[in-house]
Design a protein around this ligand. Structure first.
Ligand SMILES: Cc1cc2nc3c(=O)[nH]c(=O)nc-3n(C[C@H](O)[C@H](O)[C@H](O)COP(=O)(O)OP(=O)(O)OC[C@H]3O[C@@H](n4cnc5c(N)ncnc54)[C@H](O)[C@@H]3O)c2cc1C
Length: 439
């Protein structure tokens, strides 16, 4: 039986786990390897994705143990596992819904970082109402021909493959006619256009798909069953985000386009702050306290009070997470806890941003977008301006939008957990083709 990557199947004692991992690292880590060589060893060993099933490049560990593994790899001084949406979303989804043949085809390239993935879900008229998506796929022999537009595609410009949602039957209600495909981004008809964000970076994109092709055997989870498969991906997204992503040792990019595969592994080591459960955010509570201590604002009662509040909220989130894992081990759950975890994480980030603004004072309003400008700004303000920190402050607005907005999380809790009346819906049961469309 295949276990989901999210379910806790094995919980090792911390000592056993660390001893086994450290032994393996001592025998295998070598900074002279290329990233590709190192990730090949790490991925095949199961230590890159330890929460995945044992039979599919994992060790069947709980998420808490998975975070411990990442932290132990960093502490050892080795390069962490490939990051990105392949290991976070595509791989776990394929372990649940893929056929064995599809697992063979896709998973090894994910755990070894050879291929990078993006998520082709949102469209200009379909974000919160994802099931209203318009991108269509029409069967032509043993291939589907896809036309449409996606938007907010994080990492679309460096991805080899995409998790694509497309409408395969417009004659049934909107949730029932969607299929989930593993989609090859390197083909004619795929146009990726960058979108610049508040932070100055262009992390996400618009993706235009014109007469592009997907083989029939790249449909994950069956034709017209894409809504269920997409919900599995979203569940992994929410639980990953609510747990703070769990990242502690990721420090290189996967994939054939912008990936770090040919580089020397030792050159990519970036030892990250292990305090704060592995959070590397410049606006983590630990870093904010250090910042306040350094610039003398720690005596401000408002700063102290908010620091204490943030610390408490982080601890509550951590204990809630532990409680959820403990229940999962017994096959039980508290409905809505994943949604609450995501809401709590996005609130903590916004509070951290606001506190950081109070600590930095007017310097928090100064930001620069490229390395040259940043240096000039830091020099001109005598170190007062902190572009590395203001970037995190600007990004703090994002988590309440991606992975399902805060309002949508509230709706889910209200309707599915508390049993409140559902929002009125005029499109229930109507074929997608007959629904009024935007624009
Ligand atoms: C940093 C970032 C990265 C992203 N990366 C990706 C990616 O890689 N792939 C991808 O597919 N998408 C990605 N997204 C898109 C994200 O999933 C959508 O932005 C999100 O689902 C919201 O959709 P929307 O932007 O269309 O807003 P809308 O759905 O138009 O919502 C607008 C506002 O209306 C509110 N609203 C909408 N419906 C309801 C309702 N029923 N009840 C109450 N309030 C409602 C929303 O909460 C929001 O405040 C990313 C977004 C961000 C910010």
């Amino acid at each position: 039986m295949t276990t989901t990557a999210d379910s806790a199947t094995v919980t090792a004692t911390a000592d056993d786990l660390t001893t086994e991992l450290t032994g393996w690292l001592a025998a295998n880590w070598d900074p002279e390897l290329t990233v590709e060589e190192w990730w090949d060893r790490l991925g095949r060993s199961g230590w890159a994705t330890p929460t995945w099933p044992v039979e599919w490049y994992g060790k069947g560990l709980s998420r808490a143990d998975g975070v411990r593994v990442q932290q132990a790899i960093t502490a050892f001084g080795a390069l962490g596992a490939p990051g990105g949406l392949g290991t976070l979303l595509a791989g776990p989804t394929i372990t649940v819904h893929g056929t064995d043949e599809q697992r063979e085809r896709y998973l090894l390239d994910i755990v070894t970082g050879r291929k990078a993935w993006c998520q082709l879900f949102s469209e200009p008229g379909a974000g919160s109402d994802l099931a209203g998506l318009n991108t269509r796929a029409e069967l032509d022999g043993d291939e589907w021909i896809v036309n449409g537009q996606k938007v907010w595609t994080s990492g679309g410009h460096w991805s080899d493959l995409g998790m694509l949602l497309a409408r395969t039957d417009p004659d049934v209600p909107k949730h029932q006619g969607i299929t989930y495909f593993a989609f090859d981004m390197h083909q004619p008809g795929v146009e990726v256009r960058p979108l610049r964000e508040l932070t100055g970076r262009a992390m996400f994109n618009e993706v235009f798909l014109t007469d592009v092709r997907v083989p029939a055997d790249a449909a994950i989870g069956g034709i017209n069953n894409g809504w269920a498969v997409a919900n599995t991906t979203l569940m992994f997204e929410r639980s990953g985000l609510g747990a703070g992503g769990g990242g502690g040792s990721v420090s290189a990019l996967p994939g054939t386009v912008g990936g770090d595969l040919p580089r020397r592994a030792g050159d990519l080591l970036r030892v990250r702050d292990l305090v704060d459960g592995g959070a590397a955010s410049p606006i983590s509570v630990t870093n904010l306290a250090a910042l306040a201590r350094a610039n003398g604002t720690l005596d401000d009662p408002n700063v102290r009070q908010t620091l204490a509040q943030l610390y408490s909220m982080n601890e509550i989130a951590r204990y809630t997470n532990l409680r959820q894992r403990a229940l999962a081990r017994e096959g039980r759950e508290i409905a809505g806890l994943g949604n609450i975890a995501k809401l709590s994480m996005s609130r903590i980030l916004r509070m951290s941003r606001d506190l950081c603004g109070r600590i930095l004072g007017p310097y928090a309003t100064l930001h620069a977008y490229d390395a040259g400008e940043q240096e000039a700004l830091v020099a001109a303000t005598g170190g007062g301006a902190r572009p590395g920190i203001t970037e995190s402050m600007l990004f703090a607005q994002a988590p309440q939008i991606y992975g399902g907005t805060d309002e949508i999380q509230h709706n889910i809790i209200g309707e599915r957990v508390l049993g409140l009346p559902k929002e009125p819906s005029a499109d229930k049961g109507k074929p997608f083709r007959e629904l009024p469309k935007n624009g």
